[in-house]
Design a protein around this ligand. Sequence first.
Ligand code: NDP
Length: 463
Amino acid sequence: MAADTPVTLLILGAGGDLTHRLLLPGIGSLLKVEPSRKVQIVGADRTDLTAAQWKKRVEESFATVPVPARPARSALAKTRYQQTDLLNPEQLSALLAGCSGPLVIYFALPPSVSMKVCKLLENVDLPDDTRLALEKPFGGDEKSARAFNAQLHKLVLEDHIFRVDHFLGRSTVFNLIGLRFANRILQPVWNAEHIERVEIIYDEDLALEGRAGYYDGAGALRDMLQSHLLQVLGVFAMESIADLSAQEVQDQKAQVLRATHLWGGSAKKSSKRARYTAGQIGRRKIPAYTREKGVDPSRETETLAQVQVEVRNNRWAGVPFTLRSGKALGAPRKQVIAYFRPVPHLPGGFDNTAAPDKLIIDLTPGAVSFVLTMNAEGSPMDLEQKTLRAELAPGWMLPYGEVLREVLDGDNLLSVRSDAAESCWRIMDPVLKAWKAGRVPMETYPAGSAGPAGWLPADSVVE
Ligand code: NDP
């Protein structure tokens, strides 16, 4: 769809955190890059907001970007808000009756409410060209994800459904495609013959930051590994693509996820979980997770998760992919690291041995580094590692701007297809079951530390 076609963006849950912190700034960053884009933002939520209060919220979010005056004025003139109980069928119908197509309905709602609203939408006349944008978590396990997909398919066709994973909107993740497929030097070595192991790590120094309501019901595995990190794995490991069409990328990503299984087939052996205890990060004193406001310790929610998987295909069989993410860690680290195998023969006579070559992709801020071994300066009989690093310019848009652009244009390139969403749960369901049954111990780590000892090989920590 051409970018100058006017589109209505109906945000359900417009009074919530996602809308305020991510969606409105995202749309603002899109307007900054494409000032002539025509989008009418309609907010709906049960929160009682006047038109002026809503406009002020939009204006404040735009100011964080900041959006230039002309597109900001134009968007603010058109935006409106409708107080709606979305679980009330009459109010929902009245809301939709006031929206014309092309229409994007963005579900910025708690997942359980989104499912109920979708059921009610079966009885509503949706405008022509209605697209649905859904947030993670998409379902709670493989079975519920399948049921949700079936419900959505009663409303619109699959190519009108956008399961949002804003990691795919990060230019650094998308850059993996250019890096992998535009470099002759990487093509022959991107496989199990040359790559020994891969780590996909998203360690944060942020603790709970007041988000117990969401996080305590989710935990690190659902919040990060089951969604974002498996999507990154999909792009890292997929077969080559003929072009950048949504179908090509979706097909290849889905194929990789279908082939992905827990390492050794056992949740007990391939997964680890832990929770932070009291500690300090910089000057911040962090209470134990179980003492954070709103946390129910009996839920046994993990704040650090690590799972090893294998992509069982010809290219990757035998290569462990370690996915790991956690909160309140001392050294934030958001990287994909490919560790290469040692050379078949190192000439005799060197005083030391070579550490493996590494390719490190920093997800934020974006950078690509090759860590290579060469003769040490001034001591040619020694080997030492040197890093060649290329910083990537920050993306033109916030990740949510990238994602929203695709949704508004009706392009599924960055969204998660139904089969891929189900595969991600199929991979992680056994881990969740094993954890629930207590078959994997809950370890602890002090906030501000590097996490429990021994989870990653000693050479995996990169300064
Ligand atoms: P919030 O709880 O902050 O916002 C949800 C909004 O929906 C609230 O304003 C809530 O009103 C409203 N709402 C709930 N039920 C109804 C109803 N029946 N009718 C009308 N409005 C209703 O959640 P978030 O914004 O944090 O999250 C929304 C979605 O985005 C979730 O799926 C989450 O997993 C996902 N997400 C969130 C991220 C974030 O950083 N916030 C990041 C990535 C994904 P009330 O307050 O009265 O309940």
